[in-house]
Design a protein around this ligand. Structure first.
Ligand code: ADP
Ligand code: ASP
Ligand code: MG
Length: 447
């Protein structure tokens, strides 16, 4: 079987939905499962409706709901007739009735818990898959609409829920039974807790759903269909001259995703690695272009891509207690562990440690506890620039070229050699694009 995941732009309107169905239909012999995101802009629209409801602005909030509803109903009228049109509209209306009453409740309470927010966010994917399903019926395609919440099981860390792998692996084969000649359709991004409460996997999480299902069913490949031709040397919307990379390893793709390349969700690669399932990233708008293949090995060494992660906070702790002492780093990291705050880059000297964090939710509490260990300095609004490729640290000429190229850029800290695939450093946030462009021109510009 194969899994095809279509992102928001790929299902943005009736024409693109048909395009996505065409791509799946061309591979119907391979027992496809189509995983879809919400139509582009819908998840953001839902968040906007919630924000207005939270301040008690029912009028604005329901105004947005009406717009969201109209977008789906317009698509129904574009490509459905008679029975399919009526059935699809009925199901969409049912969902919007439920959505409206939830928004009504939030407007009265003037608060929305992460749990309620996930229920509301789930409507985006539930709606888009209804459109895809009825369009398949309209086109005479044998298809089934599944509900991912039946088999994507998560913890109750709402808004960014963690997968319960054993449960997913047990349930997916029971609920998802692909067969040649049939298109199965299911929602990305959404799941449910063990007691059945709707949860979500974090923004962009539909990619992750695709590989979780692919892994549980031993898919022969997972295809991520998006709005650019594969993973590129840098974000093509921000960096001039970005080109498609033919082939990446799992670890290269994972580093890029983690350090800012939005094209795949950071957790996507992990389930594929387990079963060595090839992951393709391809362009729905240019379906014959090959895109990027991600597998376990590569024959190419050297730099492949550059990404940037913004809003990074640098925390520096200096303490003479660290000199010749053991146990200091453990005490320091236990503070971050206590506040469930992941640390990205680390650099140490005899008497000081500098680390970066992405999540600032508990920054004040963390700083208060670190002050017991030594002096603490916090610098906000930095960016991590991440150069990804194979065996980068072995090439000293490459490394000297990177820093010679950046002779006028203030570099705050550097991390090299901790993994085979990554050279990362920190620069002030307002120099992010400029820094990437300079490096990209140096290493990828065709002369
Ligand atoms: P989808 O809705 O299909 O999931 P996303 O918007 O999540 O699509 O991801 C695709 C976007 O990722 C592209 O439009 C592009 O701007 C951005 N992007 C960032 N870095 C890269 C990169 N290295 N290669 C390709 N796209 C990238
Ligand atoms: N619809 C969700 C989002 O916009 C999930 C996804 O698109 O992958 O974040
Ligand atoms: Mg995405």
């Amino acid at each position: 079987m194969i899994v095809l995941k279509f992102g928001g732009t790929s299902v943005q309107n009736s024409k693109w939905i048909d395009n996505s169905i065409d791509i799946t239909l061309e591979q119907i012999d391979k027992s496809p499962l189509l995983v879809s995101s919400a139509m582009s802009g819908i998840t953001n629209g839902i968040l906007e409706a919630i924000e207005f409801a939270k301040v008690g602005n029912y009028e604005k909030s329901t105004g947005i709901c009406e717009e969201l509803r109209n977008r789906h109903i317009t698509v129904c009228h574009d490509f459905l007739s008679e029975d399919n049109l009526n059935c699809a509209k009925e199901r969409i209306d049912e969902l919007f009735d439920e959505f409206d009453s939830l928004i009504n409740g939030i407007t009265m309470l003037k608060e929305c818990s992460p749990r309620s927010m996930d229920t509301l966010l789930s409507f985006g994917e539930r709606l888009s898959t209804i459109l895809i399903y009825y369009r398949c019926l309209e086109r005479g395609i044998n298809s089934d609409l599944l509900d991912s919440r039946d088999f994507i099981k998560t913890d109750d860390n709402f808004n960014s829920a963690q997968i319960i792998s054993e449960e997913c692996e047990r349930l997916i084969p029971l609920f998802v039974t692909p067969q040649p000649g049939k298109i199965l359709i299911s929602q990305g991004f959404i799941g449910s807790t063990l007691d059945g409460v709707t949860s979500t996997l974090g923004r962009g999480g539909s990619d992750y759903t695709a590989t979780i299902i692919g892994s549980a069913l031993n898919a022969s490949e997972v295809q991520i269909w998006t709005d650019v031709t594969g993973i590129m040397t840098s974000d093509p919307r921000k960096i001039d001259g970005a080109i498609t990379i033919d082939h990446l390893t799992y670890s290269e793709a994972a580093e890029l995703a983690y350090f800012g390349a939005k094209v795949v969700h950071p957790a996507t690669i992990q389930p594929a690695v387990k079963k060595s399932i090839p992951v393709w990233v391809r362009n729905t708008g240019d379906k014959y272009a090959a895109g990027t293949k991600i597998t376990s090995t590569t024959d190419k060494i050297g730099l492949k891509a550059i990404s940037g992660k913004k809003n990074v906070t640098v925390v520096n702790i200096t303490s003479s207690k660290m000199l010749n002492a053991y146990g200091f780093l453990r005490r320091l990291f236990s503070v971050f562990e206590k506040y469930k705050t992941p640390v990205d880059l680390i650099s140490t000297s005899e008497v000081s440690v500098t680390i970066t964090i992405d999540d600032k939710s508990y920054l004040n509490e963390i700083v208060q506890e670190l002050l017991e260990l030594g002096r603490v300095k916090v610098e906000e609004n930095n960016s991590i620039i991440c150069l990804v490729g194979h065996e980068l640290w072995k090439d000293s000429i490459f490394i000297s070229r990177v820093f010679a190229t950046l002779k006028d850029t203030p570099i705050r800290m550097i991390s090299l050699g901790s993994s085979d695939t990554n050279l990362s450093f920190v620069v002030p946030g307002n120099t992010t694009e400029e820094t990437i462009q300079i490096l990209h021109d140096e290493f990828f510009k065709k002369v």
